[in-house]
Design a protein around this ligand. Structure first.
Ligand SMILES: N[C@@H](CCC(=O)N[C@@H](CS)C(=O)NCC(=O)O)C(=O)O
Length: 218
């Protein structure tokens, strides 16, 4: 049985869970407690001292970094494919995956981290820079998504696994302006997709812990 370490409210956890749900892979969910005694954190750090999640263990081997986990799952259970076999198509999917992680998810995390540090350690410049960067990438994505559908022309892929949680939470941090209709519509399609809707529902009880205050939507 594949072992999965993550937390239901964590964006990168969702990204890997979406792939597991898409492929119908059974797993044992070891949810990381955020309060003492921090159940499962010791096991997680034994595998990856950095302590970031998600992380899976399969046949005794740990795999971490969400994109690598999905690459592994795609190899383990090839259908439905989340990374196309064709080189050019795969490159496009991996590019969009990097864009969502580096330019949406990580920017969003910077704002959340600033809120978690507390008012006395608030750095307004971090928020300004993160919001400006999100605005820039929203504009780029809106043009990229003008054709509708998923992130790439290759069906639901790794890129959409990254897009779901990153756009879900980024919109909470810096709302996608109405003028980016293509991006807003894409986010709505993602949230209606069963594997992502499941993550949204399972995370609902944790919304009061969102450090910026969860908006009354989604
Ligand atoms: N690049 C990593 C990022 C993982 C990540 O940032 N995970 C967050 C949860 S969403 C985490 O582990 N936070 C706790 C920490 O950084 O100590 C990936 O793709 O898996």
């Amino acid at each position: 049985m594949l072992i999965f370490y993550g937390h239901p409210f964590s964006s990168y956890t969702w990204k890997a869970l979406i792939a597991l749900y898409e492929k119908g892979i059974d797993f044992e969910y070891r949810a990381l407690e955020t309060e003492p005694p921090f159940t499962h954190h010791g096991e997680l750090k034994a595998h990856w001292p950095v302590g970031q999640f998600p992380l899976i263990v399969h046949d005794g081997v740990p795999y971490f970094e969400s994109s690598i986990i999905i690459e592994y799952l795609d190899h383990l259970v090839p259908e439905p494919r989340l990374i196309p076999a064709d080189f050019d198509a795969a490159l496009k999917v991996r590019l969009l995956d990097r864009v969502f992680d580096n330019h949406v998810m990580n920017r969003m995390q910077m704002v959340v981290a600033d809120a978690l540090r507390g008012a006395e350690n608030h750095v307004p410049l971090i928020i300004e820079q993160a919001n400006a960067a999100l605005e820039t990438v929203y504009a780029w994505l809106d043009r990229e998504l003008a054709g509708g559908g998923w992130a790439t022309p290759y069906g639901f892929t790794l890129a959409d696994c990254a897009a779901g949680p990153s756009l879900f939470y980024a919109d909470w941090v810096y709302r996608i302006p109405d003028r980016y209709e293509n991006l807003r519509a894409y986010r709505a399609r993602l949230l209606a997709h069963p594997s992502i809707a499941r993550c949204v529902e399972d995370a609902r009880p944790y919304r009061p812990f969102f450090p910026l205050g969860a908006p009354d939507r989604d």
